[in-house]
Design a protein around this ligand. Sequence first.
Ligand code: TEU
Ligand code: CA
Length: 538
Amino acid sequence: MSADDWWRHGIFYQVYPRSFQDSNGDGIGDLDGIRARLDHLVALGIDAVWISPIYPSPMADFGYDVSDYCDIDPRFGTLAGFDALVGEAHARGLKLVLDFVPNHTSDQHPWFMQSRSARGDPRRDWYLWRDPAPDGGPPNNWQSNFGGPAWTLDAATGQYYCHSFLKEQPDLNWRHPEVRAAMYEVLRFWLRRGVDGFRVDVLSDLIKDAEFRDNPLNPDFVVGQFPALRWIPLYSTDRPEMQQIVAEMRRVVDAFSDATSSRVLIGELYLPLSRLVAFYGLNAEGVLEGVQLPFNFQLIGAQWQARRIDRLVRDYEAALPAGAAPNWVLGNHDKARIASRVGPQMARLAAMLLLTLRGTPTLYYGDEIGMTDVAIPPEEVQDPFEKNAPGKGLGRDPRRTPMQWSGAPQAGFTTGTPWLRLADDWPERNVESQARDAASMLTLYRQLIALRRAQPALNRGDYEALESEEDVLAYAREFEGQRVVVLLNFGASAAALSPALLPAHSIVLASTVPTRPERIEKEGLVLAPCEGVVVGPR
Ligand code: TEU
Ligand code: CA
């Protein structure tokens, strides 16, 4: 792997820091906890860790409401502890990526406190302030992603401020040059401390319409859907001016890249394909000046059928600009876990898909042991999204439960009381027990990652879609004459594959059982329900 484009061929792993490992018994995961668990990440075989926000925060949205961009929240540790984590991660060959939250601050950030103090405050325009509508209501019809209007009236100064999420998360004004300069300094602060890049939160939304026009009605809205979907967020998200900001951000980060290691930007972008690929920033000279990895969330929303996924992979491959790095992800701290979406057996096939497609994979902590969403009783709910709209299944707590490490009390996550309950299955489903079990999900993940690292066809080969049976997704990956074929049976019944599809090679890995007859019979191959295989040279 060439050192400067590690993000193109490496594997990322998302840590939700509250839930990974507690080191001091307060029930909240922390940086020293992550440092203590680097062994697990090394054994798994990943290349880079992305940590969700760890900055000082009132925790209204568990760290996505930042009150100081250049420090560590005491619940997570200290700057010295952070430096120790970076040092140790690098010593173990792991990159470290932080979560950058540029769209909004906490309402407790000193910038916002100054901004709201008076209409004439020099920081007033760092945020989006508007006069009330003639009837005294919000300035326009924009909606918060967490429900209700995207505007809150500040009684003291008689104006509304804009917030795309909670009212405790006021949106910054990215048209203001001082805001941009201040936020780029934040990036430099962490780059100087040695971080390898950033996952950029809601990158699509930083710039809003200059005239604050009303969003149009959504003709496809169905009563009963989340109310914010009543409007199409035309003027509040993905404005054309975003491309210039992204290019600026990229230049800031590139200034810290050198011949041996580049720094990476990963954009959180829930956008249709054509808009998503625009964030690679293809310019008139054919250079990609946007983010290296605009998150491709298509597998999260996809219907889990072979033909659907075949189509979306082909369309994605076709939409990529020349030289763009594809990427794939099965889940994150906002979305239902893959094992809950598709079931335990199919989750093994999903792991094989994620780790054999062309493109940088990002794993979500716990998926490597098949953790599932956990129902949280109403009185234990933590997530503000769920509290805003209870009982609608919107809450994100279920996919944020503590990592299950071992059979020790509280699954080895904490010696205290975990901030969020553990899944009931932790005594059986944990890293320690799965590491000993050749048939476990963890063993499958380790094998898939090892295979991807060992086979150039898998980590850097072309993608070639193959024709196949209705329920089977088939593709080849090829690099310098070495060819690997992946066959994934999404169906509930066995699938017999014609020998034409199969190179005269062995099954290198199956998603179902640790061992499978090695040679493929002359008559072809029969895949069990939900079974996937990688076929290729050993
Ligand atoms: O999420 C942005 C986002 O699009 C969410 O609204 C997502 O759709 C929602 O959580 C429903 O699944 C990012 C972060 O990932 C999320 O955790 C934060 O709450 C949000 O931004 C605000 O910073
Ligand atoms: Ca702790």
